[in-house]
Design a protein around this ligand. Structure first.
Ligand code: NAD
Ligand code: LMR
Length: 347
């Protein structure tokens, strides 16, 4: 996937670049792009804001949270890279934060504690996503939206239903961010097989919770031979990667730094697509017809000036993966229905 090492590259470039070089980054050929992070004072929001501030494709960085963003924005604004940074705090400033955005990234909401599933976050995060999606429909209806808030399997359908109600829905512009699953599968496979991680890629399809996360190790690059035990262990570790971090943090939240990295990779690919770069392909959870009966599904998508240019098929699956696909369908469908019903069914 094209943007795999972009964030690391961006960091290196930003640290070594003299002011003249940065002026060059902002040449007249690079379109102006305004990016908002909603939930910008949080565990993901802060490092994600940093990575977006280091990204030369970003001209304006809008940091929104219910509180704390003036400090984060002031801090980031001292970094000598091109993006102008503004902080917005509280609902009364949300419209200004969103106005003119090309891309809105949403890591707003509560994270898991040990013993919780992502679905346990639904009651709080569904309402947060609903109100943020309503504001996006009102103030920047043409923006691409990268949904990070959990449970992603439900929050993406929630945002879609809100956009439908407001008459602004474009399925090509709404993405559930599943890049962290891909990042994990690459890392775990490289470690297991002694490969150089920079050469490794693994598509991950399905959704973003437990067994709905389906890594396709049969399609890994480079091609690898895995014993049944290795395949089982790698699949399980990828599916449980989030829980591994939640347990290690022991009540202090879930993945933040690796998520910020993954979110920055995905956002950069979206910006590259918007700017017309060719062959930008990422896995993402989107409105889809790839698996009959599942209206949302994560698979490889080609990104372009309109958001999704093409949703790619699953390719050929091993028997093990086919079984995993059958096994995830009912859980994924009930998470989708839960999101749709949250918006449409009156209590
Ligand atoms: P956090 O609690 O550290 O930060 C969340 C931030 O959201 C806080 O600053 C909070 O003030 C803010 N917030 C709450 N309500 C808001 C609102 N209405 N508008 C704007 N901001 C609001 O949590 P975190 O660790 O950053 O995680 C955020 C979310 O991301 C969680 O739901 C978590 O489960 C999810 N997550 C998703 C992935 C993924 O792969 N998609 C990975 C990691 C975490
Ligand atoms: C992750 O995969 O790390 C996130 O979805 C956070 C979580 O709750 O596991």
């Amino acid at each position: 996937m094209a943007a795999r090492f972009a964030a690391a590259g961006l960091l290196k470039r930003a640290l070594s670049s003299a002011p003249q070089q940065q002026v060059r980054c902002m040449s007249s050929q690079t379109p102006k792009r305004k990016v908002a992070v909603l939930g910008a004072a949080g565990g993901i929001g802060q490092p994600l804001g940093l990575l977006m501030k280091l990204n030369p494709l970003v001209t304006d960085l809008s940091l929104y949270d219910i509180a704390g963003t003036p400090g984060v924005a002031s801090d980031l604004s001292h970094i000598n890279t091109g993006a102008n940074v503004e902080g917005f705090a509280g609902e009364q400033e949300l419209a200004k934060a969103l106005k003119g955005c090309d891309l809105v990234i949403i890591p707003a909401g509560v994270p898991r504690k040990p013993g919780m599933t992502r679905d346990d976050l639904f009651n709080i995060n569904a309402g947060i996503v609903k109100s943020l999606a309503s504001a996006i429909a009102e103030h920047c209806p043409g923006a691409l939206v990268n949904m990070i808030s959990n449970p992603v399997n439900s929050t993406v359908p929630i945002a879609a239903e809100i956009f439908k109600q407001k008459g602004t829905y474009d399925p090509k512009r709404l993405f559930g961010v599943t890049t962290l699953d891909v990042v994990r599968a690459r890392t775990f496979l490289a470690h297991k097989k002694g490969l150089n991680v920079k050469d490794v890629d693994v598509p991950v399809v399905g959704g973003h919770a437990g067994i709905t996360i389906l890594p396709l190790f049969s399609q890994a690059t480079p091609k690898v031979d895995l014993s049944d035990e290795e395949l089982e262990a790698l699949t399980k570790r990828t599916q449980d990667g989030g829980t591994e971090v939640v347990q290690a943090k022991a009540g202090k939240g879930s993945a933040t730094l690796s998520m910020a990295y993954a979110g920055a990779l995905f956002a950069e690919s979206c910006l590259k697509g918007l700017n017309g770069a060719p062959d930008i392909v990422e896995c993402s959870y989107v409105a889809s017809t790839v698996v009959p009966g599942l209206p949302y599904f994560s698979s490889k998508v080609r990104l372009g000036p309109n958001g999704i240019e093409e949703i790619l098929g699953l390719g050929s699956l091993s028997d093990y993966e086919q079984k995993g696909l059958e096994g995830l369908k009912s859980e994924l469908m009930s998470s989708i229905e839960k999101g749709v019903n949250f918006v449409n069914v009156k209590a």
